[in-house]
Design a protein around this ligand. Structure first.
Ligand code: TF8
Length: 338
């Protein structure tokens, strides 16, 4: 009896597999998805994009192919967003911070010191309020699938070590194309200049700007250590990346194709966060070995920085709406208590 049941089960599961393949064959059209990103192929962004591409191809039986195009070869974050909205490009990953011109609510993630650690970020971003902010993109022609980790941002420059806030005075600092970042660094005394990431290395090299701020991973993968001497550990904000699909493109996909993209995006997210954190753990030592002079902002100065930056919070709340501000604060408090 037992053997019979086992045989029956085996037969049934073979039938199920065959059946799902038949569904697959009908539901997947041959598709080529151009997926753009800003960092190098050899970066956390590049590695996770590669994994995403593999997962999509596997799950669609080779019908859906992802062409990963890195190093901003398809344009800066802002340019790619526009291409997605217009339907000229299918997918991308980039900073949530560069989306605020399209969806103002995205600025909530730019709140300085919003998260104390990555766990809080995961819980809030993957939770209901993270989804709510992501869904706002749809009315603007974009579909957000998942958040990846860019990471906690730290300050580099070529002028001097930043040991106290006053050391930032007059430093020409590249910031993302985003008002919260612009206001934050002006508040701290820097001469903040918005620039797309794709122009950053050259701007640092030619001394058009003196400094920038990004997670350790990016300072390493984009070789900023070649053109920046000083790194100050500030962890002033946690930066998410977001995987986006053109809504025009998305709406033309079958349910099965949409599921393939969403499932693969979730797998890539889990991989990306692990990979990013493992790399970040070692990156500081690597950056020192490459010759960067690293200092921690002394605790008293870090508190001064927090206090100064709290001044931008009211502006963010007004911009994204008090209700969303409170909801996110509540979600953070809950994540912190858990
Ligand atoms: C920045 C961001 C970049 C992203 C990337 C190009 O400083 O941190 O990492 O925009 O997708 O611009």
């Amino acid at each position: 009896m037992k053997t019979f049941r086992r045989t029956l089960l085996a037969a049934l599961s073979v039938a199920a597999i065959t059946c799902s393949f038949q569904v697959a064959a009908q539901d997947f059209k041959p598709r080529i998805i151009r997926f753009g990103y800003g960092l190098n192929e050899v970066s956390n962004q590049g590695r996770a994009t590669k994994l995403f591409a593999e997962e999509v191809e596997k799950a669609s039986g080779g019908k859906m192919k992802v062409r990963a195009i890195g190093a901003a070869a398809l344009g800066s974050d802002v340019q790619m967003q526009q291409a997605l909205i217009g339907g000229a490009q299918e997918m991308m990953v980039g900073s949530t911070a560069t989306l605020v011109g399209i969806t103002k609510e995205m600025a909530i993630w730019d709140t300085p010191f919003l998260f104390n650690n990555a766990k809080e970020a995961d819980v809030v971003l993957d939770g209901p309020v993270g989804q709510k902010v992501m869904d706002k993109l749809q009315e603007k022609g974009l579909v957000g699938l998942v958040y990846w980790e860019n990471g906690f941002r730290n300050l580099t420059n070529s002028k001097r070590p930043v040991n106290k806030l006053e050391d930032m005075d007059g430093i020409k600092l590249r910031v993302m194309q985003n008002n919260v970042f612009l206001d934050s660094f002006k508040t701290l005394g820097a001469n903040a200049v918005p620039l797309p990431f794709s122009e950053l290395f050259t701007a640092l090299e030619t001394k058009t700007v003196d400094g920038q701020e990004n997670p350790y991973n990016t300072i390493l993968s984009s070789k900023f250590y070649e053109v920046q001497k000083y790194l100050t550990v500030t962890n002033h904000v946690y930066s998410p990346w977001i995987v986006l699909v053109s809504k025009k493109y998305w709406d033309g996909l079958s349910k099965a194709e949409q599921k393939v993209l969403l499932d693969a995006a979730k797998k890539s997210r889990d991989f990306e966060r692990q990979d990013t954190r493992a790399e970040a753990d070692k990156a500081l030592a690597d950056l020192k070995a490459k010759g960067m002079q690293v200092n921690e902002l002394p605790a008293a100065e870090a508190s001064r920085m927090r206090e100064k930056l709290a001044a931008v919070n009211a502006g963010i709340a007004a911009n994204v709406g008090e209700a969303l501000w409170k909801e996110v604060q509540g979600a953070v408090a809950q994540a912190r208590a858990a």
